[in-house]
Design a protein around this ligand. Structure first.
Ligand SMILES: *Cc1c(COP(=O)(O)O)cnc(C)c1O
Length: 235
């Protein structure tokens, strides 16, 4: 791995991005998968708009943010310059922030309550969008108390509610795996998410971050959310 970039530095960005894409291709090859099945979302949280812009210039079409207060101004700054990545909201979304986030995002990865679905529905008509918002239901597979997401046993009920909404289109399931020392240790978490999605007829799997995206791809990830490997360590 390359050394962490200094804050705000964008000189290493193209090579870091190329390295991550290379690792994605290699993981796909090991798993007998087509790399075009895997979308790379570059997680630009904590990095300034100039860094996000440099990532888009380097060919990254999808960017992820986890805080409404950060996403909206960053998206607006890039829009003002005519730069339009697809923004993915990947963090806990408070209901009172739905209104600020909806106009900017191409996908919501963190649907974890019926109340959030209600609020997206309520705010959706004001969103100037061609169709329903692609979303993922966030599952806390490992049952960690510190993590967002619903337990696997609640997926069916929330999925039914979200699927009944014309504001949302459920693509699949999302999870954040526990922090471990070796990525291999979280393979069962990714496998469990895949099996849960399959049991509900869902094709999309948003799983895998800097420390574990290769294992996630081997287990079927269709979206990986990678921050540090592309942008360097966060301050
Ligand atoms: C920060 C974050 C990521 C990216 O994490 P890295 O370890 O920097 O790759 C992915 N998903 C979510 C939900 C995050 O909050």
């Amino acid at each position: 791995m390359t050394a962490p970039a200094s804050p705000g530095s964008t000189t290493d960005l193209p090579s870091r991005l190329a390295a991550v894409r290379g690792r994605i291709r290699a993981a796909c090859e090991r798993a007998g998968r087509d790399p075009t099945e895997v979308t790379l979302v570059g997680v630009s949280k904590t990095h300034p708009p100039a860094v996000a812009r440099a990532a888009v210039a380097a060919g990254l079409a999808d960017l992820g943010e986890n805080r409404a207060q950060e996403l909206a101004p960053k998206a607006e700054a890039l829009t003002a310059e005519g730069v339009q990545p697809r923004w993915h909201f990947i963090g806990h979304l408070q209901r009172n922030k739905v209104r600020d986030v909806l106009p900017h995002i191409a996908a919501l990865h963190s649907v974890a309550s019926e109340r959030l679905v209600d609020e997206v529905e309520r705010r959706f008509e004001r969103r100037d969008a061609p169709g329903p918002l692609p979303c993922y239901i966030e599952v806390n597979v490992a049952g960690e108390t510190s993590k967002e997401g619903i337990p696997p046993s609640e997926v069916e009920v929330l999925l039914r509610r979200a699927s009944a909404s014309t504001a949302l289109r459920v693509e699949g399931l999302m999870t954040v795996a526990p922090r471990v020392s070796r990525p291999e240790e979280v393979r069962p978490v990714f496998r469990a998410l895949r099996e849960l999605a399959a049991a509900h007829g869902l094709a999309g799997l948003s799983m895998g971050m800097t420390d574990d995206f290769e294992v996630a791809i081997e287990e079927g990830a269709t979206v990986v959310r990678v921050g540090r490997a592309i942008f360097g360590e966060r301050q």
